[in-house]
Ligand binder design. Structure first.
Ligand SMILES: Cc1cc2nc3c(=O)[nH]c(=O)nc-3n(C[C@H](O)[C@H](O)[C@H](O)COP(=O)(O)O)c2cc1C
Length: 320
């Protein structure tokens, strides 16, 4: 079942502070896959907060970007949806799964799984606000005593969502334990709109297993893509061709990391980019030789030329 009008059933998950423009550009450069923005707070967007406005502005991105909105106020959702459309969103996603206390306290994110009438009104409001497709991302339920993903999915369908994404964990679980793929299958069996399954997919094999096990129409990948921007297109290709993939060469990992840092510098400026590069260095070098020692050294580097020099040196040494 076609999910978006882009020929792929694989999604890069929205990840706050991570799926920013530099990472989206890098991911799209490797090939096909659906790309979702970081969540954008509708309250901040309505105040024209420069940071949120910039996150929502995807006009210069030549590939389709699903822009994710988070909030709870109906009027602000109407305003934010229209603004996101003007700022180039290909389609809109509503965050009804974020477990973070501050978001939940604001009646947003996974709180909305506990207030279906409000969640329904939000979806109807966003659907009415623009001609763009509207999807909803949510969890298995609030906690193991309140598992309501199936009812919630039906509500999303009735309220006008084009497709839904289900993360197989409750709000209480945050990101711990194994994601429950059974609930994704139960949701798929209960609705007619496409369902994207999410949780613990890190390879072509996992993606195929999840799709077969749940019957879902698409698969969304979050943490496994950290430090592996080629993964989304690899999984897309693997599902289409049956191919499996070898880990990338050190040379490709190094070049991708350096390109990533260059994109971070272009977007955030040198100082912020250097700070952000620390987490990316950890992720890109995760399974490499002597990586721990290198990371410990890297976090103390305070200027970009030295950082780039050390990355080059480390990769030379690690391949010996
Ligand atoms: C650092 C981080 C930030 C996240 N930010 C968002 C977000 O902005 N919106 C959202 O819907 N989910 C967010 N998530 C949840 C992911 O989209 C995804 O549902 C979750 O990581 C499970 O998928 P995985 O097992 O493939 O990682 C975030 C997850 C992480 C680890």
């Amino acid at each position: 079942m076609q999910i978006l009008d882009f020929d792929s059933q694989v999604f890069l998950a929205p990840m706050a502070g991570i799926t920013d423009k530099p990472l989206r550009k890098l991911t799209a450069g490797f090939g096909k896959g659906n790309i979702v923005s970081e969540m954008v707070a509708i309250n901040a967007l309505s105040r024209k907060n420069p940071k949120s406005y910039r996150i929502a502005d995807v006009r210069d991105e030549p590939y389709p970007v699903v822009v994710q909105l988070v909030g709870s106020d109906l009027q602000l959702f109407d305003f934010a949806a229209k603004l996101a459309q003007d700022l180039g969103a290909h389609s809109l996603d509503i965050n009804m799964g974020c477990p973070v206390r501050k978001i939940v306290a604001n009646k947003s994110g996974s709180y909305l799984m506990t207030d279906m009438p409000l969640a329904s009104k939000i979806i109807e409001t966003v659907v009415k606000a623009t001609p763009l497709k509207v999807s909803v991302k949510f969890r298995k339920g609030w906690d193991c005593q309140h598992v309501n993903a199936v009812e919630f999915a039906k509500m999303c369908e009735e309220s006008g969502a084009s497709y839904i994404t289900v993360h197989g964990r409750t709000r209480s679980e945050f990101y711990s334990g194994r994601a429950d793929w059974n609930i994704i299958g139960e949701v798929k069996a209960a609705v007619k709109i496409p369902v994207v399954g999410n949780g613990d997919v890190g390879s072509v094999t996992d993606a195929r297993k999840m799709l077969e096990y749940t019957g879902a129409d698409g698969v969304m990948i979050g943490r496994a893509a950290l430090g592996q921007p080629w993964l989304i297109s690899q999984i897309d290709k693997g599902l289409k061709t049956g191919e499996e993939f070898l880990p990338p060469s050190h040379q490709l990992v190094k070049e991708t990391l350096l390109t990533h840092i260059k994109e971070l510098v272009n977007y955030y400026g040198e100082k912020i980019a250097l700070g952000l590069s620390r987490k990316y260095v950890c992720w890109y070098t995760k399974s490499m030789r002597d990586a721990k020692r290198f990371r410990e050294k890297y976090v103390h580097i305070d200027n970009l030329p030295e950082a780039l020099k050390e990355i080059n040196l480390y990769f030379e040494e690690a391949k010996e």
